[in-house]
Each structure stands twice: as structure tokens, then as C-alpha cells.
Design a protein around this ligand. Structure first.
Ligand code: SF4
Length: 482
């Protein structure tokens, strides 16, 4: 089965396509307006050793995207210690795939032999029986040395060769590295679709117009998004990053794209080049859901009657879910996944006294609405937040609960403040629609309720460290003791 895509806008006429990474893996900065038109001053990604948020090696994001795709092989080019760390982390997160590695030494690096070794590895791996695509990732040293992956063949034996640079000094977070690879793949798929018929989606074409969903979400969220779109006469399209090459064509064949996670600027630019409008923010909480439904309806030309039907179906249910799962307590929140502002919105609508949202990701047009909404509620929003800024917020606001990255959580616990790790405990839960409201409240209220345990531990370990805490205090705090 094949399908043909049509009406793609002309690609940009510069040397490097919009959203394409340059030699350092830095996406060409372009701001898209609400209609998907290119406009305004660019958002420049901060690239510099002294301006970086403190997060994991960014290449992990791109590697994870590649490892989750069917019929896709991954090869790393970089220092052995980096590759060891990346493969370890990948397998810790359940990747059941081999990761290829092209080693180098000073001589192969400076003589250009490393590029020849990469090329040879690509030819050895490019088996069309096994793979649709081969992803080759330059890590810091080969990126800095200019190993020219762009000179690799576009395809070998029909296997697409996708070479990208993901240096730690050029791509600030792993969340944005996912975008670099996803955008590179979408660009190739768009170019293929412009040439002629391409593979149809595995499950056949959708019967209703679809909206592509951008961002790695909890599995139930795309299902909820599909249910929200249904009364609008629309359906959920593929989720990007995709799990299969042919889904890229399906994503481009939709009528619009929803930038649920706002850091995918390269992907959004590809949709814009393909003439597809992109809608920012997400249906989180009551007001977020109302605004998102309106944004989608405007972008897709949905009738006022269908928009009203969608609002009538989903807004009361969302309000009910929020009212049924209130959160009481002062909270600071930070993370590096890109969804921090969305989580903040749900917390505020659930009744939490949220004071601070820090995200390691940069400001993009797709989270602007969320930023303004949070600020209008008195929440401080910090893009490109550093560990120091997150810790300062914790000290300033003395929260009942800290949601943060590993070092922030560690500091909070040292200060006997209940804390939750954003990546594992918050971003890995439903967030969208009525399901998101109830789900977040459950874990957050459990953490808030753990305060007496922290007080007891503080009393005990304070004593252990020589602080004068009477045994009676420990007994009183714990309710235990002889
Ligand atoms: S950021 Fe660069 S040096 Fe650090 S682990 Fe990643 S590739 Fe290696």
C-alpha cells in the first residue's frame, strides 16, 4: 500500500534546511508564528560550556529515539568512556538492542581515517533485510574535530543513513537531542514523500483527518488525546519521535501537528515546511484543555458546533477530576524533560501553591502560552534553569514538597523536605485531560503526607550527627521506641 503526500511548501533556500542541525548539532534558530509561518527574532540556543544546564549527556536522547525505532540500527562515534556511559544508561532504561561503536585514536582522528572507518561500518551494517535506517551519532570529540557525517551516502542498499552531531557543548539537553534526530528523520521522510508514493501506515490510512502528536508521552496520553480530538471530527496521528519509519509519512499526511512537548523546534519547523500548522501547549487542566481545543479547532478549520461539542464533553469531566483530587501544599518544580510547564499548570489547577517552575530546556513559541499562564498565577518560570537556580528557589520558597532533578531531590531530602524525582515519578505518569489530573494528585499527595517520616528521620539522624535531640523527641516523632 502506498500513499502520496502533496502540497508541501518549498524548502528553505539556504544551505542548511530550517531546523537542520549544523556541524555542531545546533538547530538553525527559527521562530514560527501561530500559523506556522516563519517570523520574528530567532530563539538562539545557548551553546557554551559555561551556560549549560547540568543534565545527562545529551546524546542519550537521540540514542533513545533511535533504539526505540523498529528496523533501525544505531552507531556511536566518540570516546569509549562516553559510549560506555551511554550504552549502560540505554540498557538500564530497557533497550534490548545492540549499539554499534566505531572506536578511534589520535591518529585515526587527525588523519581522517576515522571517517573512513565510519563509512566502512555503515556499509557493513546497511542490510535492507534488517534495517530501514541506520543512525550514526557523532559525540563530543568527533563533532569538535569535524568528522563529516554529512559526506556519508544518503542511503546504502536502500537503507537510509542518518548522520547527526550531538555534542554536549552544542545541544544543551537530552530532550533537545531527541528533536535533532526526530527532525532529521522527518526531513528525510518529507523529501522522500515529495518525490513520489511512500509506504502507508501499518494500520492503514485514518478515516478522519489526523493531528500528529509531538513528544515522548506516557502511553495513555496519546489515547486520551485521540478521545479529545474525536468530537472535533479529528483523530490522533502518529506520535513523534515515531517507533517506525513509515509513521513519519503518516505524521506528515495529517492536517496539523500538536507540539505537546515544546522543545521539538526542529520537528515543528519540518511540519511548517510541509505546510502543516503547529499548535503549542497541551490539554492539561481545565483552562489548558479549553485553550488547546480552541487552538486545534482554529488550525484545522473545525466548526463552532464541533468545538462546543468537544468542550461540553471534556471540560466538565476535567473540572470534576481536578475537584476530586485536590493538592494542598507549597511546591517548587524543576526538570529537564520539557514537560515541566505543563505539569505546573495541572498542579496550579489542582490547588497547589506552586511557586517555581524550572526547566533545563529553552524558551520556544510552543510553551509561550503555558509560561504566560503560569506567570499570571504568580509562578516564577525559569528557562535554561541551572541547578543553582533550582536550589535557590527551594531555599527561597521553603516548599512542603520539592519536585526536581536528582541533585535537587537529594538536597531537599538532606533538608528533610519531601521530594519527588521529576523524570521517574512525575513525567512517567498520565498528564493529559481528566486522567492527568487524578494521576498527579495521587503521587503528590502521598509525598506531601510523608512529612512526619522526614521529621522523624531528621530528629534521629540529627541526633546521630551529634545534635542534641532527646530520645523522647524521636519517640514522639516516630511513635516508636522502648
Ligand atoms: S557530553 Fe560529550 S564528553 Fe560528556 S558523555 Fe556526552 S559525548 Fe561524552
Amino acid at each position: 500500500m502506498t500513499q502520496t503526500l502533496s502540497k508541501f511548501a518549498d524548502t528553505n533556500d539556504s544551505d542548511r534546511p530550517i531546523g537542520a542541525p549544523d556541524g555542531l548539532g545546533v538547530v538553525r534558530p527559527v521562530v514560527l508564528g501561530a500559523t506556522g509561518q516563519l517570523s520574528g527574532e530567532p530563539e538562539v540556543r545557548v551553546a557554551g560550556a559555561h551556560d549549560q544546564p547540568q543534565s545527562m549527556c545529551p546524546a542519550f536522547g537521540a540514542l533513545r529515539v533511535a533504539l526505540r525505532m523498529r528496523r533501525t540500527a544505531s552507531v556511536l562515534v566518540g570516546s569509549a568512556c562516553c559510549v560506555y556511559g551511554l550504552t549502560f544508561t540505554s540498557h538500564f532504561y530497557g533497550a534490548r538492542r545492540s549499539v554499534g561503536y566505531v572506536p578511534f585514536d589520535s591518529e585515526t582522528l587527525v588523519t581522517g581515517k576515522l571517517f573512513e572507518d565510519v563509512r566502512e561500518a555503515a556499509y557493513q551494517l546497511a542490510d535492507p533485510e534488517r534495517y530501514d535506517a541506520l543512525v550514526i551519532i557523532n559525540l563530543c570529540v568527533p563533532s569538535a574535530s569535524g568528522v563529516p557525517l554529512r559526506l556519508l551516502p544518503e542511503s546504502i542498499n536502500g537503507v537510509r543513513i542518518i548522520g547527526i552531531d550531538i555534542p554536549g557543548f552544542g545541544v544543551p539537553t537530552h530532550a533537545e537531542a531527541k528533536d535533532v534526530l526526530a527532525a532529521a528523520m522527518l526531513r528525510r521522510a518529507r523529501q522522500e514523500a515529495e518525490q513520489g508514493p511512500v509506504q502507508a501506515p501499518r494500520g492503514g490510512r485514518a478515516t478522519r483527518p489526523t493531528v500528529a502528536l509531538i513528544g515522548e508521552m506516557f502511553p495513555v496520553d496519546p489515547v486520551t488525546l485521540g478521545m479529545l480530538l474525536e468530537p472535533l471530527g479529528l483523530a490522533a496521528g502518529p506520535v513523534l519521535p515515531t517507533r517506525e519509519w513509515r509513521e513519519l509519512y503518516g505524521a506528515l499526511a495529517g492536517v496539523a501537528a500538536a507540539a505537546i512537548h515544546p522543545q521539538y523546534t526542529g520537528v515543528c519547523n519540518e511540519f511548517a515546511v510541509a505546510g502543516r500548522p503547529v499548535v503549542g501547549s497541551a490539554p492539561v487542566g481545565y483552562e489548558g484543555t479549553a485553550a488547546w481545543l480552541e487552538g486545534i479547532a482554529a488550525a484545522c478549520g473545525v466548526s463552532a458546533a464541533n468545538l462546543d461539542a468537544a468542550k461540553n464533553r471534556w471540560l466538565p469531566a476535567t473540572r470534576q477530576a481536578l475537584a476530586g483530587a485536590p493538592i494542598k501544599g507549597r511546591i517548587t518544580l524543576s526538570g529537564y524533560e520539557g514537560s515541566e510547564l505543563l505539569v505546573g499548570r495541572v498542579l496550579v489547577e489542582s490547588g497547589a501553591d506552586l511557586r517555581y517552575v524550572g526547566t533545563a530546556c529553552g524558551r520556544t513559541p510552543w510553551s509561550q502560552q503555558d509560561c504566560e499562564w503560569l506567570q499570571s498565577k504568580g509562578v516564577r518560570v525559569q528557562y535554561r534553569a541551572t541547578l543553582e537556580q533550582d536550589l535557590d528557589a527551594m531555599a527561597e520558597f521553603a516548599p512542603d514538597l520539592v519536585i526536581g532533578t536528582t541533585p535537587v531531590v537529594q538536597k531537599a531530602k538532606e533538608a528533610a523536605t519531601p521530594a519527588l524525582y521529576f523524570t521517574n515519578l512525575i513525567s512517567a505518569r498520565p498528564l493529559i485531560g481528566p486522567a492527568g489530573a487524578g494521576s498527579l494528585a495521587q503521587v503528590i499527595n502521598a509525598a506531601l503526607a510523608s512529612r512526619p517520616r522526614f521529621d522523624a528521620m531528621d530528629a534521629f539522624f540529627g541526633a546521630a550527627h551529634g545534635l542534641p535531640v532527646a530520645l523522647g523527641t524521636v519517640r514522639a516523632a516516630t511513635g516508636k521506641g522502648a
